[in-house]
Design a protein around this ligand. Structure first.
Ligand code: SAM
Length: 472
């Protein structure tokens, strides 16, 4: 049996099943060990993160008082590293052609009653303009895996099209990519095309379950899938996004696996994951989520989010519209730093007047418009941010982490967020949103520590008011 070796490039060694089972056993045995739990919480307060064993003990602990402490700490860490900014994005589905057999996804090859669609470049353009008209600046492109219908050349062409569209005041400034595991050579091509984060959900870290849940197609290969982030980094992509599809396997197993994956990336490449996504399985065309008996309730979900924030303080956390307004509200406070808004999960969905369901990947729980989401965030005291400055200035990978660790976010990301919010308010917002936003900007300007930075920000805000765009 393979030994646990965090630096190995072999999946079975860095996501070692025995190590996960040992960890779960250790966590279960210590879940009432308050002395150890306090020690772990003390370590977490240093804001340098926790390893998978320590974090798993906290996850196993069901002492109400200690859980409250975990939540308070997660909230504080989020505030220290990310302030009150929430980065906004939208998914863009390019194609639902897929040769895989994933049993939880309606795009699986055997599904004959779902409409198959692949956007032409003209359609990509129309979708992007629709997204720009809402005010989006960041996209995550999504596609099924199909080497004939969606080869890498198609994905690259779409990225090129997206970046080239200039429309009114809008331009997509960062394209993140969520496509199937691929080769180092293809990752290099994606890097050259100027992508932001390469996102790939592990779905489940449990190898046996993984193989059963992906019975056919290239995605069946657990090792190839699990080692994808190493190949992506070898190909020059230094922002990678991990994720687990919660509900497929036991959450404690997934949680330990996810953190081991993050530890592995940090150990080998000197930089951990840029983001972690926490999707939960949803109803979809021929998919009934109740068939999967590892679903987690909202409280467990919130605890997982809080503990990810504590365990990997510098990693962004993403929540999609799979979750309802209520759940999103809870986890944003506990550590989520990026959310999608006004998402459509169908191919070509943004150009349709009424939300189409025929090519949809899963049901969306939060159906609000971007303007409604922006207003909701601001009313809760958050700053919706459309900023992409780090990416555009080459602050990716360890350079972004260094910015985060130096706590310069209040002097750098905070003013940038205000400027991009101002652009949004001027160009896209409803009257009510604009009013609330202007007040928020006024009060948040005072939270920029450096006087000089504050003055520059004020000057830029005035210029935006006069019609100049694209400071960030
Ligand atoms: N084809 C790429 C891959 O294999 O990773 C991209 C996948 S898909 C467009 C994005 C993600 O949607 C998947 O990785 C999966 O976790 C998630 N997903 C699939 N079916 C889902 C469902 N029924 N409910 C919620 N999320 C789902």
């Amino acid at each position: 049996m393979a030994e646990y070796n965090v630096k190995s490039l072999k999946a079975e060694e860095f996501i070692n099943d025995k190590e996960i089972l040992d960890t779960l056993d250790y966590a279960e045995k210590n879940k009432d060990n308050l002395e150890l739990i306090d020690k772990i919480l003390e370590k977490a307060k240093e804001r340098k993160g926790l390893n998978h064993r320590e974090a798993s003990v906290l996850l196993a602990c069901d002492n109400e008082e200690k859980i409250k402490e975990m939540y308070a700490l997660a909230k504080q860490i989020k505030k220290d590293f990310y302030g009150n900014r929430i980065v906004m994005f939208a998914p863009l589905y390019l194609s639902n052609y897929c040769v895989n057999g994933c049993v939880y996804c309606p795009y699986h090859m055997k599904n004959k009653h779902i409409g198959r669609k692949k956007l032409t470049q003209e359609e990509v353009k129309k979708e992007v303009i629709a997204l720009q008209d809402m005010g989006h600046k960041r996209l995550a492109i999504e596609a099924g895996e199909d080497p004939k219908n969606n080869p890498i050349e198609y994905i690259l062409e779409c990225i090129n099209t997206i970046y080239s569209i200039k429309h009114k005041n809008g331009a997509i400034r960062r394209v993140n990519v969520n496509i199937a595991a691929t080769t180092v050579e293809n990752y290099r091509k994606l890097k050259e095309a100027g992508i932001g984060t390469y996102i790939l959900f592990q779905e489940t870290y449990h190898k046996k379950s993984y193989e059963q849940l992906h019975p056919t197609g290239p995605k069946h290969n657990y090792d190839y899938h699990t080692e994808a982030m190493d190949r992506a980094m070898e190909g020059g992509i230094d922002d990678v996004g991990l994720g687990v599809l919660f509900g497929l396997e036991m959450y404690k197993y997934e949680f330990a696996g996810l953190l081991m994956h993050a530890e592995h990336l940090e150990a080998v490449h000197g930089v951990g994951p840029h983001t972690i996504s926490v999707p939960r399985i949803k109803r979809a065309d021929d998919i009934d989520p109740d068939v999967f008996d590892n679903g987690i309730d909202d409280d467990t979900f919130a605890k997982i989010c809080a503990l990810i924030r504590i365990a990997v303080p510098y990693t962004g956390m993403i929540i999609s519209t799979r979750e309802s307004q209520k759940v999103r509200e809870k986890v944003i406070g506990l550590g989520v730093s990026q959310i999608s808004g006004a998402s459509r999960t169908s191919v070509g969905g943004y150009t349709e007047e009424i939300r189409p369901h025929d090519t949809e990947q899963f049901d969306v729980s939060d159906n609000r418009t971007l303007d409604e989401v922006v207003l909701w965030l601001m009313k809760m005291g958050y700053i919706p941010s459309f900023c992409t400055a780090c990416y555009r200035e080459g602050r990716t990978g360890d350079r972004f982490m260094a910015l985060c660790k130096s706590k310069q976010i209040q002097n750098c990301c905070h003013p940038n967020a205000l400027m991009t919010l101002k652009e949004y308010l001027m160009d896209y917002a409803s009257e009510e949103t604009r009013k609330v936003g202007e007040e928020l900007i006024k009060s948040e300007l005072e939270n920029i520590p450096k006087e000089k930075v504050k003055e520059i920000c004020k000057d830029h805000l005035e210029k935006i008011e006069q019609g100049i765009r694209d400071f960030r």
